[in-house]
Design a protein around this ligand. Structure first.
Ligand code: HEC
Length: 463
């Protein structure tokens, strides 16, 4: 029997039992309008990269060991000893970055063509949820190599919740599994990365995709509305299937080229004592937020860290409901286009500036007003209790430094020369002496630091 005949009879065998032929014919040979704009394939590109993440992730999980003692060595082992292990890790790393970029681009495209409007609201909202799931994937995955970069980026990222009113500190402690990043953080991030997020993603992607099938893609619907003869119909197979295959080949090539040309970073192992004075850098998609914080007064930091992202989420979810303009053509949506254009340009610019200048300088919560003549017990001691005691007290005294007594705080506040700028305390709080304290943030607000400076200038009295 020839190969073709064999295939035929296998198909017949399955068809006799599963009756797949009508379905296959309908799927493969139905006539669809030509899709000519590559941007309409961004969703498919995202899906393909996600499949790359699943497959490479499964292989990585065979060798990765999620504990603070072994994580770093297991990544080293993958990079150096496992055959092709480095390609798998690099593909996973570049795929993760590509996911964030592709989902954002897919979303912008959907916004531009008005694909969030009725009847596609559910598609849009599940898309917004998927964007956040992808960001959480990247954020939790970043910690797993347990190098300096992972450790300190996670320290920076997990203190963002500190700024949320009332519940902030609980959320931050819940995320960290304690006051700062430890093996507990690693195991919970791994579990979220491997189990929780994939489950959530499958649910929301299932709804997202079902809604796309139900309502058709917008380009397809628009082409169908054109008069007969101008629609440019093709059969799904082979025309569209060929396009999809080409797209997947291109995306796979780009990932492979990135993976082969630039390794995923692996710095020195995470060191909670930061003896080498590594300067924390946030994840790149937080650059815009951190850059913005450099321009606004520290009293407004909570607005930048919690307020704006919250507004952005609400705006994205609510978009289909408050934008009732039925027109989809960009030229008939001047408001939607200008507001989104300015927002996107601002985020891109801030990300660029943030990348060029990666240091973080946001400051933490603290008294809003400067106290001119501070009292130690009323104004100064509480600051140290709130911001330093977790790491500098009792058995947990980092560097043997217990900052719960007047004597030890005063020792740091003694002016060697004549000004408070020369004290170790001021230099550690402002970052003149690295690493800045409180280690990993949230750093003290400028006003809090000024209050401490005033107290030092008064001669650091025990009043
Ligand atoms: C998350 C834990 C943590 C917190 C919170 C923290 N520190 Fe530290 N601190 C450390 C560690 C770890 C070191 C040693 C790291 C290094 O020098 O690289 C250190 C070092 C220091 C040093 C330098 C000591 C020396 O001998 O070099 C000073 C001064 C200091 N901290 C002051 C403070 C002050 C003041 C606060 C509160 C505003 C604070 N720290 C909050 C962990 C912390």
């Amino acid at each position: 029997m020839s190969a073709k005949k064999q295939r035929q009879s296998l198909l017949d065998w399955v068809d006799e039992r599963a009756n797949i032929k009508p379905f296959m014919n309908e799927m493969l040979y139905h006539r669809v309008p030509k899709i000519v704009n590559p941007l309409d394939f961004l969703g498919l590109a995202t899906l393909f990269v996600f499949i790359n993440q699943m497959v490479t992730g499964m292989f990585l999980a065979m060798f990765y060991q999620a504990s603070s003692q072994t994580a770093y060595q297991s990544i080293q082992y993958i990079m150096e000893k496992v055959p092709l292990g480095w390609v798998i890790r690099d593909l996973h790393y570049w795929g993760a970055n590509a996911m964030v970029v592709l989902v954002a681009a897919h979303m912008l495209r959907g916004f531009y063509v008005g694909a969030y409007k009725k009847p596609r609201e559910i598609t849009w909202i599940t898309g917004v949820v998927l964007l956040f799931i992808v960001i959480l994937f990247a954020f939790t995955g970043y910690l797993l190599p347990w190098d300096q970069q992972s450790y300190w980026a996670t320290m920076v990222g997990t203190w963002m919740p500190f700024y949320a009113p009332f519940v902030g500190i609980y959320i931050a402690y819940l995320a960290r599994g304690g006051a700062y990043i430890s093996g507990l953080t690693l195991t919970r991030f791994y579990s979220i990365h491997m189990l929780v997020l994939p489950a959530l993603l499958l649910v929301f992607f299932g709804i997202h995709f079902a809604m796309v099938l139900k309502n058709q893609m917008l380009v397809v619907e628009e082409a169908e509305r054109k008069p007969k003869g101008t629609k440019g119909l093709v059969t799904f197979y082979p025309y569209t299937v060929f396009q999809m295959t080409m797209l997947i080949v291109v995306v796979a090539m780009v990932l492979l080229i990135l993976a082969l040309s630039q390794h995923a970073p692996l710095l020195a192992p995470a060191d909670p004592l930061n003896k080498a004075h590594y300067n924390p850098v946030p994840l790149w998609f937080f650059f815009s937020i951190y850059q913005l914080l450099k321009y606004i007064p520290s009293a407004l930091d909570p607005l930048g860290i919690i307020g704006l992202p919250t507004i952005a989420v609400i705006a994205l979810v609510a978009l289909p409901f408050f934008d009732k303009n039925p027109r989809r053509e960009p030229r008939h949506r001047p408001w939607a286009m200008s507001i989104s254009g300015v927002t996107v340009a601002a985020v891109l610019l801030l990300t660029y500036l943030g990348a060029a200048n990666q240091g973080i300088s946001p400051s933490g919560p603290g008294p809003v007003a400067v106290v001119a003549k501070p009292s130690f017990t009323r104004d100064i001691e509480p600051i140290f209790q709130a911001h330093c005691a977790v790491c500098h007290s009792g058995s947990n005294a980092q560097m043997g430094l217990d900052l719960t007594s007047y004597a030890s705080i005063q020792k740091l506040a003694i002016t060697k020369g004549s000004t408070y700028e020369q004290t170790i305390l001021w230099q550690k709080l402002t970052g003149k002496l690295q690493p800045q304290m409180p280690l990993g943030g949230p750093y003290l607000s400028k006003d809090t630091i000024q209050t401490i400076a005033n107290w030092i200038a008064e001669g650091a009295p025990n009043n």
